[in-house]
Design a protein around this ligand. Structure first.
Ligand SMILES: Nc1ncnc2c1ncn2[C@@H]1O[C@H](COP(=O)(O)OP(=O)(O)OP(=O)(O)O)[C@@H](O)[C@H]1O
Ligand SMILES: Cc1cn([C@H]2C[C@H](O)[C@@H](COP(=O)(O)O)O2)c(=O)[nH]c1=O
Length: 597
């Protein structure tokens, strides 16, 4: 939903670019200038001075790329949680010399798969501003010769061109997640001129309305609530949600049709969920239909800050327990418009295609959602009940933030689970309690939710309940665990890269006992691992490259002429868009499954 962004403390600036381009020089000078302007500024660098950063620095010349990728990512999350986020929360400007972009580039030079690098870094907070420095190769060489090299990458002359190219890609990636990116070509600029230009960019960014702050840790959410103890996930890189959410499908009459028996009780459940710190509500226009979206508005509007409402469209209803997908672009557009009205928001935070309609090309369905996103009506796009092949196809059209598939211990979808874990995509299991089989058995339900939460940090369960008592039991799931909430939160961000390290490590000494070698599924169960294609990370199944985007980062002579232009990337899907315009009649298909999620 779009509400006025809350006043956010601080500004997070990353300075990045190829080795020797002038990052440290700029970071130092900019810190001094901003300090002279009266700002509280905290200067830092990666690797951090924390324990993981110190380890990573010490190992950089000796360890293999995969080990370093995991260590640097783990250091990044630790750095964020222990140094960066607290300063930002206190209102400081934080400037870091190297950040995610370096993480996407340096170990790529060591041959690590770029998709894996992105997956390791995807949950890291997006910087507000990325100053991406470039310079001609020969100029960088001269600067390095004059200053002296101090890492092995700088001694590999042949790598510098790749380093520059991949830094541009990394900057575009970060722009796509919401960072304002300014490329500064320093080839013909003195260090003072670079600082002056960067200073103006920061000044402009401070003056511009800021996007909603988000982070790995719960600094912007109610950290003391029971739901917070389940940990935080950054939806789409910019919307923090507590991992335990609430699914509203049951707030209807029998057969998910019409009103619940007690409308006031349903409203009370919604309000109680929010009181418990749940800030990820999942609904759909088809629940009722329309009933639940109205209920949410009536119970909760005006919405509290940080409440994320995910809804869905593209599923028609013919009566109790009857559902039929319709994915025609004009119908999807109408669904979005109507949900906006019912929920009383300007923009929907997360909008799922409820079902892929097999009678309509996928690119038309996802293309229309991409168009609505470009128009500002949707913030993030999700898909429900899809295969990994459909997900990858959709990703070529638009960024996909979340997948909602059926998943529980009895009906696991490991293929999608692995895919989402590897790509950092939110995985929202529907029917997490085996479609109600465990509802009403609090111990069993809690055990299942704990199991789901423990599987991977990308899993965001949305148990539904019509009773406040069961809701409380579900939400307190982590509260009751022996690991205290704050400890769990502190551990969570670093856990994922460390797990990845253990899982992907090629060394039998470091691989976690019982985990399959690389290429197998991540889930620690008895399910047989997928066939391993080999023993190096290059054999990992490749995900699709990030969706095609039109970079508007002025990479050209940005220092001299164009450098002040604000870059924000928008997804362009000309092909899909063109197809969407072909209008055709809405025709409901046959009912598919009796119970969509
Ligand atoms: N705009 C500039 N023009 C000329 N020389 C510069 C400029 N910026 C920095 N330098 C010089 O280039 C050298 C490398 O700069 P610096 O150490 O800041 O790079 P860096 O990107 O931080 O390098 P590293 O990747 O090794 O950390 C230094 O000697 C610095 O004084
Ligand atoms: C963040 C990050 C850093 N590195 C390496 C690259 C360098 O060897 C050092 C940083 O030191 P410098 O003074 O800035 O050159 O760390 C890396 O390999 N991966 C990373 O993600």
């Amino acid at each position: 939903m779009t509400t006025t962004p809350p006043a956010s403390g601080g500004m997070f600036i990353a300075v990045d670019g190829p080795s020797g381009v002038g990052k440290s020089t700029l970071t130092r000078a900019l810190t001094i200038q901003l300090g002279q302007d009266g700002h509280a500024v905290h200067r830092t660098a990666e690797p951090s001075d924390g324990p993981i950063g110190t380890l990573a620095r010490g190992m950089t010349n000796a360890a293999d790329g995969l080990t370093l990728a995991c260590l640097y990512a783990a250091d990044r999350y630790h750095h964020l949680a222990h140094e960066i986020e607290p300063r930002l929360a206190a209102g400081a400007i934080v400037i870091t010399d190297r950040y995610v972009a370096s993480g996407l580039v340096m170990q790529r030079l060591d041959g690590v798969d770029p998709d894996l690098l992105w997956a390791l870094n995807e949950q890291a907070r997006t910087p507000d501003l990325l100053l991406s420095l470039t310079a001609d190769d020969d100029v960088i060489r001269r600067r390095l010769t004059r200053r002296g090299t101090h890492n092995r990458y700088q001694d590999q002359h042949t790598s510098s061109r790749d380093e520059a190219t991949w830094h541009k890609e990394a900057a575009e990636h970060l722009a796509a997640t919401g960072a304002v990116v300014h490329a500064i070509d320093t080839t013909h600029l003195s260090a003072n001129a670079v600082t002056a230009l960067a200073h103006r960019h920061v000044h402009d960014a401070l003056a511009a309305p800021r996007r909603r702050h988000s982070g790995m840790t719960a600094t912007t959410l109610d950290a003391a609530s029971p739901a917070a103890a389940s940990g935080t996930f950054l939806l789409g890189g910019d919307l923090p949600v507590h991992r335990i959410g609430y699914g509203t499908m049951q707030l209807t009459g029998p057969g998910h049709w019409y009103h619940p028996a007690d409308i006031n009780a349903a409203k009370q459940v919604l309000r109680r969920a929010v009181d418990l710190g749940v800030n990820h509500l999942d609904t759909a226009d088809a629940y009722g239909p329309e009933t639940v979206e109205h209920l949410i508005r009536k119970a909760l509007h005006p919405y509290p800050d940080h409440l994320v409402i995910a809804t869905k469209g593209g599923m028609t209803r013919q009566g109790p327990n009857r559902w039929a997908p319709v994915g025609r672009p004009e119908y999807l557009r109408q669904c979005v418009e109507m949900s906006l009205r019912r929920l009383a928001v300007d923009r929907i935070d997360l909008y799922y295609l409820h079902r892929v309609d097999s009678k309509v090309p996928l690119e038309d369905q996802v293309g229309e959602l991409a168009a609505l996103r470009d128009e500002g009506k949707l913030r993030h796009i999700g898909l429900s009940k899809v295969t990994t092949i459909q997900l990858e196809a959709a990703r070529r059209i638009a960024p996909i933030t979340a997948v909602q598939n059926k998943f529980n211990r009895h009906e696991p979808d490991w293929a999608m689970f692995d895919h989402c874990t590897r790509t950092g995509t939110a995985f929202v299991p529907y029917a997490p309690l085996a479609a109600g089989a465990l509802a009403g058995r609090p111990g069993a339900a809690r055990r299942e939710l704990s199991w789901l939460l423990g599987l991977s940090p990308v899993v965001l369960p949305i148990p539904g309940s019509t009773s406040i008592q069961h809701l409380q039991q579900n939400v307190h799931v982590w509260w009751c665990r022996s690991v205290s909430g704050p400890t769990y939160r502190a551990l969570q961000p670093v856990t994922w890269p460390v797990l990845a390290f253990l899982r992907f490590s090629t060394s039998p000494k470091t691989r976690l006992p019982g985990l399959p070698a690389m290429g197998g599924p991540l889930h620690p169960t008895g399910v047989p691992p997928a066939p391993c294609g080999g023993t190096t990370h290059r054999t990992l199944p490749r995900t699709e490259p990030p969706p095609a985007r039109t970079p508007r980062i002025p990479w050209g002579n940005c220092g001299a002429t164009d450098g002040l232009r604000r870059s924000s990337l928008s997804t362009t899907v000309p092909h899909a868009r063109k197809r969407c315009r072909r209008s055709s009649r809405i025709r409901p298909g046959q009912p598919t499954s009796p119970k969509p999620g």
